[in-house]
Design a protein around this ligand. Structure first.
Ligand code: AMP
Length: 175
């Protein structure tokens, strides 16, 4: 699962959190394959994967989602990491016919260390991170004391998402 890093890249390591979601096709297979793709990204090491969670779509119709969060140590710059995530999405046939359309695979860069990033193509922390139970629960499973720029202690945000249906599954996403 993990790949060794060169000494030079280790100096620049950041801990990034990636949100994974799918609601079309074989959901568990898609997330497993996406995690395998994350595990072989250059200059990166997959260090942790949350449980799988089932969540109801928000502001959209369609089937329930399968969600998880992965922690990735990486020296890829954030924009390069976003491009890598989008390439993995495309390998899974992701199309964007309309906003909040069902998707075979959605990968979001949730956090990149404690960086705040605002460019035309990338906002970190992810803009909806603090408002989604399917992000907060797996993130906090991996790092219960986690805080994020502009959001504070993430556990403090849980009461605001308590109405969003979500179920932690016993399903394993990694070997
Ligand atoms: P979505 O369809 O929700 O996956 O949104 C994809 C679009 O969001 C792409 O155009 C990205 O450039 C943009 N985007 C902005 N910030 C992020 C982020 N933190 N993670 C993933 N996509 C992002």
């Amino acid at each position: 699962m993990s790949r060794s890093l060169s000494a030079s890249s280790q100096e620049l390591l950041e801990l990034a959190y990636i949100g994974l979601g799918a609601n079309l096709g074989d959901l568990a297979l898609t997330l497993r394959q996406a995690l395998q793709a994350l595990a072989v990204l250059p200059q990166s090491r997959l260090v942790a994967v949350s449980s799988a969670y089932r969540s109801a779509p928000i502001e959209a119709g369609g089937p329930d989602y399968l969600n998880a969060v992965a922690a990735l140590e990486t020296s890829l710059p954030p924009q390069d990491l976003l491009q890598a995530l989008q390439a993995i999405e495309l390998q899974h046939g992701r199309e964007r016919p309309y906003i909040n359309a069902p998707r075979t695979l959605d990968l979001d860069l949730l956090l990149y260390g404690q960086a705040s990033i605002l460019t035309a193509s990338l906002t970190v922390p992810h803009p909806r991170l603090g408002q989604r139970a399917f992000v907060l629960h797996p993130l906090l499973e991996l790092s219960p004391g986690l805080s994020a720029p502009g959001l504070g202690i993430l556990a403090d945000l849980l009461p605001a998402v308590a109405e969003q249906p979500i179920e932690r599954l016993s399903l394993s996403l990694i070997d």
